[in-house]
Design a protein around this ligand. Structure first.
Ligand code: GTP
Length: 254
């Protein structure tokens, strides 16, 4: 049974900051957001977690292996180096969506995202050492079959982007509603889903659904581990196995 530890990072009072004392240059905001994401990803990744940029002002981490002190250090380091502060909510659950819902509630209960007095919230709980298992995290790494031949080398770059994003939009909704999973676009034609304990049939169902809804053909490798890094690396190897054998689904543990 998975026990996913999820961290929600939210930039405090960011909306008002972007327009105070007057609207700030968009390129500067894009630079700040992507640098912050890069820093958070490096910090969490060095401790074997994953972070997804989602909306940039809100980021979602899979942080099994990081404790509260690690989160405090991340928050302090951002405080020292950026013109914005961040709040962190940390929760655990048998499904990633449940964990993220609980992490979100911790931050929402402390105040609005646009409340000038709500800053540097750090609240929540981690999976303690006594309860950690080798299958706390299940990661599915999806990619589009022959994206290069179907889209990248055939359509203009924007129309390729639309096709890939359509596949992503359909998959993220379906994995959320049917399988309690959180799916994130990670670049190129790749989507990483953080899942509860799902079996082969669930992934086949999701791939079939996306193909029939939007005509995008996916394949997936799935891994498990005590951290996002371990599970994600197994998923990458499983995906390579799919590529080598031509199958659309490989579960690393089977
Ligand atoms: N984030 C991330 N992006 C990747 C990864 N592998 C490939 N990509 C991206 O996906 C793009 C397409 O690469 P592939 O998926 O190998 O290409 P393809 O044409 O779909 O070929 P097949 O996967 O063999 O069907 C690359 O240009 C990268 O941007 C990965 O492990 N992680």
């Amino acid at each position: 049974m998975t026990n996913t530890q999820v961290t929600l990072l939210q930039i405090d009072n960011y909306g008002p900051w972007t327009v105070t004392p007057e609207p700030r240059r968009e390129a500067d905001l894009q630079t700040l957001q992507s640098r912050l994401y890069a820093d958070v990803s490096q910090f969490v990744g060095a401790r074997d977690g994953y972070v997804f940029f989602t909306r940039f002002d809100n980021m979602v981490g899979v942080t099994n292996g990081l404790d509260i002190d690690d989160h405090r250090l991340l928050q302090e380091s951002i405080n020292n180096r950026y013109p914005v502060t961040v709040s962190l909510g940390i929760a655990t659950g048998q499904t990633p969506i449940q964990a993220l819902s609980d992490a979100t509630a911790l931050i929402q209960d402390a105040g609005s995202a646009q409340d000038a007095d709500r800053r540097n919230v750090l609240d929540g709980r981690i999976v303690d050492d006594a309860h950690r298992t080798e299958s706390d995290v299940q990661i599915a790494h999806f990619d589009v079959v022959d994206a290069t031949g179907e889209y990248t080398d055939e359509l203009n770059a924007f129309d390729s982007f639309i096709e890939i994003e359509q596949g992503y939009a359909e998959l993220m909704r379906y994995m959320r509603s049917a399988h309690d999973s959180l799916s994130f676009f990670v670049g190129g034609d790749n989507i990483i889903a953080v899942c509860p304990t799902l079996d082969r049939a669930a992934y086949e169902d999701a791939i079939d659904h996306v193909e029939s809804a939007v005509g995008v053909e996916l394949r997936v490798g799935v891994g498990r581990g005590n951290t996002a890094h371990v599970a994600g690396m197994d998923a990458k190897h499983a995906l390579e196995h799919c590529r080598a054998t031509g199958s659309i689904l490989d579960l690393a543990w089977e």
